[in-house]
Design a protein around this ligand. Structure first.
Ligand code: SF4
Ligand code: SF4
Length: 493
């Protein structure tokens, strides 16, 4: 059963790590070693990873069916390998469970689709993302799903909260020294792979820097279970909420205790303590690849399916079929924060695409804003664990010069997530990413999240304004230092 959750590798010989949620992020050189070398290294404490016969970029160089050795000194405790307890939890977030829930007499199933998964399905089937969204809506509704929403709109809320939080931190850091500890740099929080790694490995050195803003998935969970349910005539506990995401790490995020709340019997949207039933914001996460498996297991000719009308209650598609979004397959946190901070803090409007400067590799870039010859804003994007490691080291040494960093665990960001549909036979990973990037913005009108009328209405009628007390209570979270795992405690970094 554990293999069901395996992306491309299977860990053996390490008692509590039995089912990886994605390919190991460590660069596996795949060089065949002699038995002697292998035995020698095994004594030094190595994680053994067994490659399966799946074409996967991170392990392609390795011969399949051979054990690949990852030194525990290389292991990044990224949660790519998950514990047995986590595996049990993940088994509850499966397509089988999803199908079973569809016949529930007591709960309505609601699905929220991420734009990265939309692009993945569109690219795989050679159709437009909007067609993929409409066809998937039709398919899911034919199974009995009550509504299919779009996490692009919850991402807009997450982006706006993040922008306000950054300005707040910037002002605190510029003011009283008693309040500036840990305010800057602010580190993006939308990637659970990165958050999990920081909690397990760096604790209080790094956690205060991580933005408290919930990810688009969890903002959607809040929206569905604390707001939209009432508009659907349902109570929070009447909904089984499933998201479709580009990675397995999102399953771990959905299962965090921080994202379970007690329903207010009086109908309020806050956490009422112990009064009502305890409800999970997102009950299950399915990856793009798992949706493909579901379609194929039922023999569905997806490209030939009818396109169904979309549910526009929580969507970034308007009635005329225009799709709105932001640039950046990782959610647009750097770009949106940069433009917002330039405008609010320095009265500068940044026109056109940002002039990003590539640093040591394509996954590490920076951008700055100068006013009167002085650099006033300095932001960066760091994707992949090697870049994250370097950045974290600088923060710990007090040498990080950035005010904001968009951190993502996957090289190339979420479009390259471990749960995305794999390249077709003969297609390279690089080629697939290029297609995904094109699909992600295909027919998308780039819009400032603040101009999203749906978000404006939610702030006006429900949240009480960006970063208001109510918004901070509902759309923000906290992080916890975790007990070090075997992998994290062996390595001293
Ligand atoms: S926890 Fe370590 S061995 Fe497992 S995927 Fe992450 S880096 Fe690789
Ligand atoms: S960067 Fe990767 S692990 Fe992180 S949220 Fe995106 S797809 Fe998931």
């Amino acid at each position: 059963m554990a293999e069901k959750w395996s992306g491309a590798v299977r860990v053996a010989d390490l008692n509590d790590f039995i089912a990886p949620s994605q390919a190991c992020v460590v660069n596996l050189k795949g060089q065949k070693q002699s038995e002697e070398e292998q035995q020698g290294q095994a004594k030094d404490g190595l994680v053994q990873i067994q490659a399966r016969k799946i074409d996967f970029p991170q392990v392609r160089k390795a011969a399949t069916d051979e054990a690949i050795k990852v030194s525990l000194h290389d292991c990044l405790a990224c949660s790519g390998c998950i514990t047995s307890a986590e595996t049990v939890m993940l088994q509850q977030q499966s397509t089988d469970e999803f199908v079973q829930r569809l016949s529930s007499a007591t709960q309505a199933v609601v699905v929220s689709l991420s734009p990265q998964s939309r692009a993945s399905l569109a690219t795989h089937y050679g159709i437009t993302p909007l067609q993929a969204f409409r066809k998937l809506t039709g398919f899911l509704k034919s199974l009995g799903v009550r509504a299919v929403f779009d996490t692009s709109c919850s991402r807009d809320l997450s982006l706006l909260e993040s922008c306000q939080e950054f300005v707040d931190r910037y002002r605190k850091a510029a003011g009283n020294s008693a309040t500036k500890q840990g305010e800057l740099p602010m580190l993006a929080s939308a990637c659970p792979g990165w958050v999990c790694y920081a909690e397990k490995t760096h604790g209080q050195h790094i956690l205060p820097h991580i933005s408290s803003t919930k990810s688009p998935q969890q903002v959607m969970g809040t929206l569905v279970k604390r707001h939209a349910c009432y508009r659907l005539g349902l109570r929070p506990e009447d909904i089984y909420h499933v998201t479709i995401m580009p990675c397995y790490d999102k399953k771990l995020e959905a299962a965090r205790d921080d994202f379970i709340f007690a329903v207010d019997p009086g109908g309020g949207t806050g956490d009422s303590g112990q009064a009502g039933p305890r409800v999970t914001e997102v009950d299950s996460v399915l990856t793009s690849g798992e949706i493909l498996d579901l379609l194929e297991s039922r023999g569905v000719d997806f490209a030939a399916l009818e396109e169904a009308p979309l549910d526009l209650m929580l969507s970034s598609v308007d009635e005329a079929g225009h799709v709105y979004g932001v640039r950046g397959g990782a959610g647009g946190y750097l770009e949106t924060n940069f433009r917002h901070a330039a405008r609010v803090l320095f009265g500068q409007t940044v026109e056109g695409p940002l002039q990003m400067k590539t640093l040591r590799n394509a996954d590490f870039k920076e951008v700055s804003l100068e006013v009167d010859g002085k650099r006033v804003l300095h932001f960066a994007a760091a994707y992949g664990f090697r870049n994250i490691q370097n950045l974290v080291r600088k923060i710990k040494q007090g040498k990080c010069e950035y005010q904001f960093v968009e951190i993502m665990a996957c090289p190339a960001g979420c479009l390259n997530g471990g749960g995305q549909i794999k390249p077709r036979k003969g297609q390279t990973a690089k080629d697939l990413i290029q297609h995904l990037e094109a699909a992600y913005l295909h027919e998308v009108t780039v819009r400032d999240p603040a101009d999203n009328p749906l978000v404006q209405e939610l702030y006006r009628t429900w949240l009480g304004g960006p970063y208001s007390e109510n918004a901070r209570s509902l759309l923000h979270t906290q992080y916890h230092e975790r007990e070090r795992t075997v992998t994290a405690s062996i390595s001293n970094w």
